[in-house]
Design a protein around this ligand. Sequence first.
Ligand code: SF4
Length: 417
Amino acid sequence: MLGLYIHIPFCSAICNYCNFNRGLFDTDLKARYVDALIAEIETARLKSCATLSPCATLSPNATVSPNATRSPNATVSPNATVSPNVAHDFGRARADTIFFGGGTPSLLEPDEIARIIRACESAFDLASDREVTMEANPESVTEARLAAYRRAGVNRLSFGVQSFREDELRRLSRLHSADRARAAFAEARAAGFDNISLDLMMWLPEQQLSEWLESIDAAVALDPEHLSLYMLEVYPNAPLKDDMARARWSQAPDDDVAAMYVEAMERLEAAGYAQYEISNVAKPGRRSRHNLKYWVDGEWLGFGCGAHSTRDGVRWKNTSATEEYIDQVAHGGALQVDIHHLTPDQQLGDALFTGLRLVDGIDVNAIQSRYGVDVWRRFGADLEPFLEAGCLRRVGSRLSLTRQGMLLAHEVMSVFV
Ligand code: SF4
């Protein structure tokens, strides 16, 4: 079944490391954006190849910039064509997850979230056991507000906590404190949420292994159902880069980062979490059903500015600028700015690249059935050094990364792209 991704591009302040598609919150802009989102979702069922094809812009150099974790190298093949036969009739297509990401979706009013969910219900055949996740920042919620989101249909929260240390939160220019994060978590529980994920970031400026593990322990103490651990990436034009230079902050050496990752995973496993993806752990039955679609060769539709979609071997992205997006929706213009018809080889590469992020890895027999390709024959020689080095393991028809291999995931996965 499809996953539905809804992008909310507003934040109360812009964090110094952020590289997402977002802008400062503005009440009027937000109201117009929500109306546009609903209009886009409601017309999704009317979309067909007739609306996709004319706006296709096939640039041979365009690269895919995923909203999750897909091949960063997938490019449009010179042979790719805009096929008039690819049907994108979303009419009442079945979907079982909705994910409000951003930005800061918890800046939307609960009734706005409810209207968007209703639009999804009217445009798609939504499973009764749907997972509806909303990303939330700790400073933007109260118990009453969270209870209202729950009534609106949100049943899973993902809090952007990042750290439980005040000094680290300040260096990241986050608006919340560690205590506010704890309070937001308690408010979510009181509001009835029994499925909560926390995001934490490692390799922060000046962060030592012991300090990172403090945040892990603080998260475990709250007993969330799910945790995502990310590594800070300091982008060349991020204000954080200047902050670090001015304050002479540095990041830990590579060996320490490896220890941060391995020790955190071991500590989380000891606390009852199972790692199921390079960056994600969950209690039994609490994996993110929506995010799994990105890793199991699934399909999803993205709504809102900059949102990506993948369906029927076609990948496309909406225009990124918020005002332009609103304008295009209002005037019935073309939203899709990059439409890539993936070649079979690109689809195969993506399936292998993303599937290997999962702890369960990939089933080469299933790949052979779906793509008609013998993975060992095609990639065996390139994979062998990683198997010998203990980065990959082969058990029966399954190929997966070892924990050691996860630290070198990009090198291993480059075999497939
Ligand atoms: S809250 Fe998240 S999306 Fe918003 S600026 Fe900070 S990091 Fe970026």
